[in-house]
Design a protein. Sequence first.
Lengths: 96, 396
Amino acid sequence: MSVVVQIPAPLRPQAQGRREVTLEGRPLTVGEAFSALWAVHPSLRDRVLDERGQVRPHVNVFVGAESIRDGGGLAMPITDTCVIAIIPAVSGGCNA
Amino acid sequence: MVDSRQVRVRDGDVLVMVGTTKGAFLFRSDRRRAQWERGGPHFPGHAVYALAYDDRSGRRRLWAAPASAHWGSSLRWSEDFGRTWSAEAPGPRFPEETGATLTRVWQIRPGPVQQPRVLYCGAEPASLFVSNDGGESWSLCKGLHDHPHRAKWQPGGGGLCLHTILPHPTRKETIHVAISTAGVYRTDDGGRSWRTAHKGVRAQFLPDPHPEFGQCVHKVVRDSAQPDRMFLQNHWGLYRTDDGGETWRDIANGVPSDFGFAMEAHPHEPDTVYIVPLESDEFRCTPEGRLRVYRTRNAGRSWQPLTKGLPQEGAFETVLRDALAADACDKAGLYFGTRSGKLFASRDGGAAWRAIAEGLPPILCVKTAVVLKAGRSARPARGARAKPVVRGRARA
């Protein structure tokens, strides 16, 4: 039983090249899971969250198939078998 | 995965560092500056508004501020000319109590040679960050951030950015910064307090053309010999100060437009400054479809077009505020990049030009360096070896 966070390719250098990180402990929310993730890979934090601790506007976070924007944000509850995916939003591409 | 080409940099080489909307490029040449080799893109897909080279205390450190629309802005450095980059330097970060979030870094500025561990960053929203440990850690300049004018500063077209940082070469407590749209601010106590320094600079886009603040300053450069002499390209208007920004006078004498963004001072010829005029703040392209750099050699009393080698027909180009730079060679090289991705170079102070790259992404900034042998340190910054002021040498 463990929570897995999938790391998108652009952020893998900040996660020692890993595609996914299996978290220790029993986080109860996405926010707690992220805190555990930052503890292992601290430089990921500022790429996913801004200084106010909010998920950056062009970053999507899913628990399974559900966006956390529809499920309570970082306070969204999780189970101990879930997969959290960090995915760049299509809205954030470079200006052409 | 985007392939990034590497350049092999040798002692004595000249580097031209180019930031674009989609990454950074590094051009190198030997001192003759006849043949250029291109490296990059570094940080593909990231907008690179700020680049800098720090060669103080024997360093050979290249700084970059890539900004991703997804992942935000960061600071990175390389000590092997882009072959490898730091994982992620701990860059500027707004303290939580400010409620602000970093949009991007617009400027990275090493401090004077006499302060080899000091670096500055200019950021959006308009703020100054300072490092006193060579970039290991950064702190927000609270004196400027808490300035009572801040609430009424307005963003320009590019955002509310602090884009210019001019540490005084000999008075370490004195720094000028420029903000769009706020104006020029000056500290004389190392950043604890700031006051405006743009008296005489018009804001003709406001009901009161001489407001206390709100001037849309696009770029400010310092004269190579007289530190209190500076030149300013405004959102309409060209200016010079001889008293450290206390007063400015109009020097738009003989230019096709006093609107523009880019400005650069000659690295060692006093009173010599370069601009690229643009036609109106509505069109923002080179007037008459002619790509012309203008140079003054008398502190703005007159300006002459430099056109040899530059397209003079159908060239509706835009050169942004940080996309014009000089190198420090004895016979100074000049470089500028366009939003259409062309990079032009002159190795004779602007007398003749040629394109050394085309087809780059839109160019945001151009910076230069002359690579010293490892372990050797930069000479004092311009102005630090100032010649005695010859008053009345130039009059606008």
